[in-house]
Design a protein around this ligand. Structure first.
Ligand SMILES: [Zn+2]
Length: 269
């Protein structure tokens, strides 16, 4: 498996997971069987010792209980190296975990995924701090919380600038502005993190690895990654490669149906 095959497998797994629940129409629920290699659970009597770790992808996701990483990609034990922290930001423990994965799982690891999700509480709080800076006083002495939120504020600022340049200064008075800013910040945060990982871990040392990003949409259970060219943006995508790429990415975000629908939500004053 190479990085392209790994990407197709994750996108296909998410597509299957999302479609599975499309037909849920009664209280009996649905059942999904995930194939598991017995060797990955130590059940092969011909193999002595503990199973060897062999994930094909590392996923940095949020701790949010509504986003169970293996389930939403239709994967089982020993398939994914998963790191979950609130807001899926690149703190030191996260970077150290990714460094370990790149250095020690290189034989099987082909993809690093940064996965945000709609309505993320961490980015929502960062947006609310940005919109009402006086609220920051309440967390000024809470360094553990600030460690999560502070790094998000530049992404929120950039997203706010882009919304204003795309829709004009009046956009801040749209009833759906806050929601649009939250969702734009969530996807930009994931793309920027994937770009950082690509630069820090991959470009020179292990060119066969690829970093990708996406946002898990709670309402549809699909992964969304807006990209230029007017494409719908379903499934994980490669992050921008440079500043010009980020400009095109930001255009794709603000021109997406999702952000337009956020802005249109509610009514004007
Ligand atoms: Zn979250």
């Amino acid at each position: 498996m190479d990085s392209h095959a790994a990407l197709r497998r994750l996108n296909g797994g998410n597509s299957d997971f999302a479609a599975l629940l499309d037909h849920l129409n009664d209280e009996s629920g649905v059942q999904q069987i995930i194939p598991v290699d017995p060797r990955d659970l130590g059940l092969d009597s011909n193999v002595a010792g503990t199973p060897k770790q062999r994930p094909f992808a590392a996923v940095l996701g949020c701790s949010d209980a509504r986003v169970p990483i293996e389930l939403i990609f239709n994967e089982g034990p020993n398939d994914l190296f998963v790191i979950r922290v609130a807001g899926n930001g690149l703190g030191m423990e996260v970077l150290g975990s990714l460094k370990y994965a790149v250095d020690h799982l290189g034989g099987t690891l082909k993809l690093i995924v940064v996965l945000g999700h709609s309505g993320c509480g961490a980015l929502t709080t960062a947006v609310d701090m940005f919109l009402s800076p006086s609220n920051y006083v309440t967390i000024a002495a809470m360094h553990s919380v600030r460690n999560i939120l502070d790094r998000s504020l530049i992404v929120v600022q950039a997203s706010a600038n882009k919304l204003i340049s795309a829709f004009g200064p009046g956009v801040t008075r749209y009833p759906g502005y806050r929601k649009a800013l939250i969702e734009a910040s969530i996807v930009t945060n994931a793309a920027l993190s994937a770009y950082s990982i690509q630069q820090e871990f991959i470009t020179h040392a292990v060119p066969e690895l690829q970093a990708v990003y996406g946002v898990y949409i709670l309402e549809t259970r699909e992964v969304w990654a807006p990209r230029s060219g007017g494409i719908k943006g379903t499934g994980l995508a490669s992050p921008p490669r440079d500043l010009a790429g980020f400009s095109a990415f930001a255009d794709a975000v603000v021109q997406s149906e999702r952000i337009a629908s956020c802005l249109k939500s509610g009514t004007f004053d």
